[in-house]
Design a protein. Structure first.
Length: 181
């Protein structure tokens, strides 16, 4: 990921004050999370200060450009913030999501599984199959932990109900029972 040092100036009644990265971090927290500030968030997404990037990664009003930049961040907290934000994850394209899945990062995979319904631009059936077959119980459990998506097929749930991990199998079994009511 390419970052840059952001030169920040503050204007007070026409008087210019040069400020450093600490003040930028402080004021970043105070920038209202509204759509009108998306272009400012675009600039801040490129900041070489990870705290600035991490703070804006929690915002709901990021542009697709900022989402893409932050999904490629080296800081896993930043990537996870984007993946878990239902207002942002709906803008993640399938090829980007599959490239994240291919990294094998268990934390990211568990987040994707737990927020499964939020990825509107993706073939969720393909993603469910991929995650349901993952070696990590944490990832598989993410698909069934809280009222699983209706998109997850009954066939996949039956497979998960036979999982070697009791939490995964119990969650899948409960969902099958709920669907059969």
């Amino acid at each position: 990921m390419q970052t840059q040092t952001i030169k920040t100036e503050l204007l007070i009644n026409g008087q210019k004050v040069i400020i450093g990265h600490q003040f930028l971090g402080e004021i970043t927290r105070s920038i209202p999370d509204i759509q009108e500030n998306a272009s400012v968030f675009d600039m801040l997404a490129l900041s070489d200060d990870y705290e600035v990037r991490e703070f804006i990664s929690r915002n709901d009003n990021l542009s697709k450009k900022s989402i893409h930049i932050l999904l490629n961040d080296e800081n896993p907290d930043i990537v996870d913030n984007i993946l878990s934000n239902h207002n942002l994850s709906k803008h993640i394209k399938e090829d980007v999501l599959f490239s994240i899945i291919k990294t094998g990062n268990i934390r990211f995979l568990a987040t994707i599984a737990s927020n499964f319904d939020d990825y509107d631009q993706c073939d969720l059936c393909k993603i469910a199959k991929k995650l349901a077959s993952h070696k990590s119980a944490t990832v598989r459990y993410g698909l069934v932990w809280s009222r699983p998506s209706e998109i997850i097929s009954t066939k996949t749930l039956v497979k998960l109900s036979k999982d070697s991990d009791i939490d995964v199998s119990k969650g899948a079994y409960e969902e099958i029972a709920r669907r059969n009511r």
